[in-house]
Design a protein around this ligand. Structure first.
Ligand code: SF4
Length: 854
């Protein structure tokens, strides 16, 4: 991570004067209006010369700086592109961004190496051999549009719009994607949230109702309990969390991490406890036990603001003793007791953080409910230095609404997108999790017909669990007769497409974007091209309007603007200075807004109360009709005699006990516990033989997903993913450091899981790295490795294909690929489809594997 890489003082110290220069070809279209806006706004640091004064080869032009947003991961940090003569020289952080505050990580810095990757796909390609043969013909955009329009028009006119399925990966252009799909009328919009954060989101949504994302106020905190978040290397809020956490640490805040592996985050902690996978929630419950038993709680807050009184919470958690938690997790009871006391003593300036380490388990939903409850117990919710959230998880969409006309949601139904077997997958309004890992299994089983599939920034054939099953489905033209792949790089998924559309990188395209505000003030950002798109690559903001026009049938009416800039001009009208200002600064924050602590405390105004009815039993105020449910609309709750906004749960309080989730379960015949509980993971409970381990996965600081593997800069830093094995375990098995092992994985023997019959999933061969930094029962393998296609850098020299899609496969560094042939294995091929039975989140850390020395 680099911090404060681009600041006003730094520039001033270097003696550079503020400039805002246009490139020779005016390619960024930041014209006189933007320049005027900058001048008018005054201190726009990002409009200054870069410190180095580096000039492009031969051009002699002075670099200009262009603010934009990163998309090397999902955190969307503000960045500044330093450009000269149309070429991006480097990327630094944008200090205007309230989340990342001018910092970028190694992945963010590596953006130019993806932009200029010699193996990028730069032209539309049409398959000429059988699907998967890797034989392609370059076609014009006109031909590509015609083919797509013909296919999609036929499906739509047949009255079966749901047969057109859209599979997205990381999507930061949600507005345009939803507009296109809704205008078309298809609900078959598949995401990958269940492979990411759905269990955690559902746990938070259950508890507070108004957000599915917690934003610990780390910077003001004195004590942070980390349950398996690797915020120092990954996490959806990677840089924003990391900079605040490190500031807090410098001020003396204590950080305690529970994690199965010694991640960089664990290494940065005051204390690290190596836990057995899937026991995080039990540790939290045992701490709750201590806090209740010793009355270290904030009873007054709990009794006022929770829907479950303190005494009843105490009764519930009495079963989760520290001794039981020690037996299951391996963390000594005395440690659990001590840390519970320390955490409560720091309240309200204490908070938890968690993520996939706790949530991506079969019991992940309950783990995260237990962790969230811990905060309610000590009364830190919404407080300075405590466990916070913001009702706007992006920009304020009331202040900046989408320009009309906006199409309605489709009336057609999608069996896969609305999978009913997991009651909480789609239970929370506006927070559709869906169940990504079953998509291709269900297509294979014929549960939903798919006549056309469009994959967008989604390498499902490599990154999904049981990726070999995904590949077999994508290969089968009877199951998917037409597959269009939109991506930057050639991937395992592109390899199984009929048509490949070269996507513009995030450095060549536009977006309106922002992330949950870590400083508790919402903001809006602009992603803008820092250079022109290479080759014939295009963004979906250009592709979709044209495709809609060719499909016709009314779709075109939802794309009335001529260019994306016209659309954004309209979108940003409510921002003072409008679109030109956004182009100049990249970020806008309403200066009237202050950090939003304790939003639930807002008093209902006389106007709000006028005409409202109070339920005297519950204290809830109702006024008007709830459009979604048709019932009365709750607007607040009386607490200690004062009418307040409350939380957006059914009780308007923090729901430690949820009747809502119990009801959602009953609707589909599945039992959901009303309270946070510990459910042991069945396949971990058996007496596993010595050579059977629990396989977990993780990310390291320089890799994210398939795109980062295309970066030669990042691949040079990390290009292998050996299996991490505890030394003591290795000694028992006679395995030495560097030995080759075969890893065989099994589906869980679990009737609640699709295909859960204990059968074998697959075997891969890799090398072992011995360490004390992993639990003795665990085999840890990073899952961002093991590409088979995508060019020489992404595959450690394996992909030598002369692919016509590889626009300019020449690069002076190709001869210097010193890591050629390094071992990089696809862990996703070993992972069974393993959704948590309640929400459907993939249990990434629960796979039982057998290892054998080769
Ligand atoms: S954290 Fe993510 S968005 Fe931020 S700089 Fe790194 S890769 Fe880019």
């Amino acid at each position: 991570m680099t911090t404060d890489t681009h600041t006003t003082s730094g520039n001033e110290a270097a003696g550079s004067s503020p400039t805002w220069e246009l490139s020779r070809r005016d390619l960024l279209r930041i014209g006189a209006a933007a320049g005027a806006a900058v001048a008018g706004l005054g201190a726009i640091e990002i409009a200054r010369d870069p410190q180095t004064g580096v000039t492009p080869e031969g051009a002699g032009a002075r670099p200009v700086t262009v603010p934009s947003l990163c998309q090397m991961c999902t955190t969307a940090c503000g960045i500044v592109g330093h450009v000269a003569d149309g070429r991006l020289l480097r990327i630094t952080g944008n200090p205007e961004d309230p989340n990342s505050q001018g910092s970028v990580c190694a992945k963010g810095v590596a953006g130019p190496s993806v932009l200029y990757d010699p193996f990028r796909m730069l032209y539309p390609l049409k398959r000429v051999g059988e699907r998967g043969s890797g034989r392609w013909r370059r076609v014009s955009w006109d031909e590509a549009y015609d083919e797509m329009a013909t296919r999609l028009k036929e499906i739509r006119e047949r009255g079966k719009p749901e047969e057109f399925a859209f599979q997205q990966g990381r999507n930061r252009s949600a507005d345009i994607v939803a507009r296109f799909l809704n205008a078309y009328g298809t609900p078959s919009h598949f995401n990958h949230r269940a492979l990411c954060s759905s269990n955690r989101r559902a746990a938070i949504a259950t508890t507070i109702g108004e957000s599915d994302w917690d934003l610990g106020d780390f910077e003001n905190s004195q004590y942070v309990l980390n349950f398996g978040s690797n915020w120092a290397e990954a996490h959806q809020g990677h840089i924003p969390v990391a900079i605040r956490m490190m500031r807090a640490r410098r001020k003396g805040a204590k950080l305690v991490t529970f994690e199965t592996r010694m991640s960089n985050t664990a290494a940065l902690s005051d204390e690290w406890f190596c836990v057995k996978p899937g026991t995080d929630g039990l540790i939290a419950l045992a701490m709750a036990n201590v806090i209740c038993r010793e009355q270290l709680w904030d009873k007054q807050w709990l009794d006022a603001w929770s829907n479950y009184p303190a005494a009843k919470v105490a009764e519930h958690v009495a079963q989760y003793t520290p001794a039981y938690a020690e037996q299951e997790s391996g963390v000594p009871a005395a440690v659990i007791e001590r840390i519970a006391r320390e955490f409560a003593a720091a309240a309200p300036q204490c908070t938890t953080i968690c993520n996939r380490g706790s949530a991506s388990h079969r019991n992940g939903y309950y783990n995260d409910r237990a962790i969230t409850m811990l905060n309610a117990l000590v009364g830190n919710m919404g407080k300075v230095g405590g466990w916070c959230w913001h009702p706007n998880s992006a920009w304020d969409k009331k202040a900046l609404p989408e320009p009309g006309p906006v199409p309605d949601k489709p009336k057609a139904k999608s069996v896969i997108a609305e999978a009913k077997d997991w009651p909480l997958a789609n239970a929370f309004e506006g927070k559709k999790m869906k169940v990504a890992e079953v998509i291709y299994l269900w297509i294979k089983e014929g549960r939903q017909k798919v006549s056309a599939l469009m994959t967008y920034n989604a390498d499902t054939a490599w990154s999904f669990p049981e990726a070999q099953l995904v590949r077999s489905v994508l290969k089968d033209e009877r199951l998917i007769p037409f597959h269009v792949c939109i991506d930057v790089m050639y991937s395992e998924t592109a390899h199984l497409a009929d048509l490949i559309l070269p996507w513009a990188t995030y450095l060549e395209r536009w977006d309106i974007d922002s992330r949950p505000p870590q400083s508790l003030v919402d903001y809006v950002g602009l992603r803008q091209p820092v250079v022109e798109p290479r080759g014939e690559s295009k963004d979906i903001r250009e592709i979709f309007p044209e495709l809609a026009r060719r499909i016709g049938g009314g779709m075109q009416t939802y794309f009335p603007w001529k260019t994306t800039e016209d659309y954004l001009e309209e979108y940003f009208k409510p921002v003072p200075g409008g679109f030109p200002r956004m182009k100049a600064t990249g970020i806008w924050i309403d200066p009237a807004k202050k950090p939003l602590y304790e939003p639930h405390l807002k008093r209902l105004t006389p106007d709000e109360l006028d005409g409202a009815e109070e339920d005297t039993r519950t204290g809830i105020f109702y006024k008007g009709k709830d459009e979604k449910t048709g019932g009365p609309l709750a607007i607040g709750v009386r607490i200690a005699g004062v009418p307040r906004r409350g939380f957006l749960t059914p009780s308007r309080k923090v729901e430690i006990h949820s009747d809502f989730v119990v009801g959602a379960g009953k609707d589909v015949g599945r039992e959901i516990q009303p309270l946070p509980v510990y459910e042991p993971i069945p396949s971990h409970q058996r007496d596993l033989p010595d050579d059977h381990l629990i396989m977990t996965s993780y990310k390291i600081n320089v890799h994210n997903a398939h795109r980062t593997m295309q970066s030669k800069w990042l691949q040079e830093i990390s290009h292998t993913n050996p299996a991490l094995l505890n030394r003591a375990t290795a000694d028992k098995l006679g395995i030495a450091d560097g030995d080759w092992i075969d890893v065989t994985s099994f589906r869980p023997d679990d009737p609640a899981v699709p295909g859960g019959d204990g059968s074998k999933v697959g075997t891969l061969r890799t090398r072992v790295r011995l360490t004390e930094g992993v639990h003795p029962m665990v085999l840890a393998i990073a899952h961002n490795a093991g590409r088979s296609v995508g060019g020489a850098y992404a595959t450690n020299g394996k992909d030598t294909a002369d692919n016509p899609g590889y626009g300019e496969a020449t690069d002076r560094d190709l001869d210097r690929l010193w890591w050629k042939g390094a071992i990089s294995v696809p862990q996703n091929d070993l992972l069974p489809i393993y959704p948590d039975p309640v929400v459907g989140g993939q249990s990434y850390h629960d796979t039982v594997v057998q290892i054998r020395k080769v």
